[in-house]
Write a protein that binds this ligand. Structure first.
Ligand code: AMP
Ligand code: MG
Length: 426
């Protein structure tokens, strides 16, 4: 079914006001992850998506081992209600086992990570024992030790033969370590997503050239580059393309023939008397939306074709803050979905007390830029100041979006609002 036909099936679709949630869902429903994968050295897997389940070839840890420094004992030797005296037979070090086995009334000094010698079943921490004899040959163990205490069991982290990580997992530092703990030097990941982008508008000047009367420097290609690079995409920057049908067509065709996704900025507003929309329509199947959001109302979504290839297209608005907002709210999840990330890593909405009033009309979702801070044991947030969709400083000063839902009208100081952090631990 065509995109337009699917859209018309949505019972509550209003072409003049498409909700953020519906638009997001509609986009994600269309997408299938890219299939191709490649094997890479473990370090190169950082930020990539696992193409296959990682099955543990062995237990982790591979052997029982002590969680503490102390003495490995036989629990049956210990008196439940009086101190017990045990003879120390030797030392078990991490990576250097104690060779012999332990008989009744005997124990072994043991260090963290060492394998408990045969016959022992419990570790007593060194802090609670007293030693006797010049060389500490005898230890006195107080009562109250639990059978099996302070011993990490083989396989308690990862069980051999079972999936340690599922396909679709985004590889972060913890996954790198976990895969290394299984001994794998290489891993299979989905290939990188290729994303082409260009800016449109006759008023745009590329950095490196002097600005002429009426021009602005093209900043969108730099925010887009930054966001895409951080997601681990291969980027193809096609530059600024002026309002010239031949140049635009060439850019669209080049993007569609080499990329999985094409991002443009500018030229999709209602008032735009240019060729961008015309060409998008001509080269594929593209929907033009007015999304009930601020910033970022106009947006195009669809597919464009070149020969036998097709690429997903996001026609983002031109205003710099609108580009970033629509990227984070729509494109990010779409790219993760195409990358095969399952689940798509979510950025939760968290409550914070808004310290300043915010004016807002109901009917659309607003993404104000805010500064979240910890104050008197609670989270507070305040808007960054001027919120115009061209004021990129509002993004740079901010550390979160203040997300105001469509049903919400203004916010009074002291009211709790939802915030979405720009950064998280990664
Ligand atoms: P448009 O969506 O093309 O109507 O553009 C909306 C506003 O964003 C206009 O003021 C443009 O000058 C500005 N704009 C569009 N593209 C860019 C860009 N790549 N860099 C900076 N500003 C832009
Ligand atoms: Mg324009």
């Amino acid at each position: 079914m065509s995109l337009a036909a699917q859209l018309s099936c949505l019972s509550d679709y209003d072409p003049n006001s498409f909700s953020v949630d519906h638009a997001r869902r509609f986009i994600l429903e269309q997408l299938e992850p890219i299939a191709a994968s490649e094997r890479v050295a473990l370090r190169s897997a950082l930020g990539r998506v696992l193409a296959e389940d990682v099955i543990a070839p062995c237990n982790v840890p591979a052997h029982d081992n002590s969680a503490m420094d102390g003495y490995a004992v036989r629990h049956a030797d210990l008196s439940p209600d009086a101190p017990s005296r045990l003879k120390v037979r030797g030392v078990a070090l991490a990576g250097k086992s104690f060779a012999g086995s332990i008989g009744p009334g005997e124990c072994v000094r043991i260090m963290t990570g060492a394998v408990p010698p045969a016959g022992t079943d419990t570790v007593v921490i060194q802090e609670v024992v007293a030693t006797e004899g010049e060389l500490g040959e005898i230890v006195v163990v107080p009562p109250g030790q639990r059978l099996g205490q302070h011993i990490r069991l083989a396989g308690e982290d990862l069980a051999g033969g079972k999936p340690a990580l599922a396909a679709g997992r985004l590889v972060r530092p913890a996954e790198l370590g976990l895969i290394a703990s299984l001994g794998f030097a290489e891993i299979s990941v989905r290939r990188r997503l290729r994303v082409a982008f260009f800016s449109t508008g006759d008023e745009l000047c590329s950095i490196g050239s002097p600005l002429r009367e009426g021009e602005v420097y093209d900043s969108n290609r730099y925010t887009l580059f930054g966001m895409l690079a951080r997601m681990g995409c291969d980027v193809l920057d096609l530059g600024v393309v002026g309002d010239d049908p031949a140049a635009l067509e060439a850019a669209f065709r080049r993007a569609a023939e080499s990329a999985d996704v094409v991002l443009t900025s500018g030229g999709v507003s209602v008032g735009d008397a240019d060729f961008v929309k015309q060409l998008m329509q001509q080269l594929g199947e593209v929907l033009f939306w007015k999304i009930a959001m601020k910033p970022g109302r106009p947006m195009a979504f669809g597919r464009i074709r070149e020969g036998s290839r097709a690429a997903w297209l996001f026609g983002l608005p031109g205003n710099p803050v609108a580009v970033m907002t629509t990227f984070y709210q729509f494109v990010r999840d779409a790219l993760y979905t195409l990358m095969g990330a399952d689940p798509v890593p979510r950025v939760p909405l968290l409550p914070a007390v808004c310290t300043a009033p915010i004016r807002k009309a109901p009917g659309r979702t607003e993404f104000q830029r805010g500064i979240l801070a910890a104050e008197d044991g609670r989270w507070t947030v305040r808007p960054t100041g001027a919120q115009g969709s061209g004021i990129l400083r509002s993004m740079s000063d901010a550390n979160c979006f203040i997300v105001l839902g469509p049903e919400q009208s203004g916010v009074a100081a002291g009211e709790t609002v939802s915030v979405q952090l720009f950064d998280g631990l990664v």
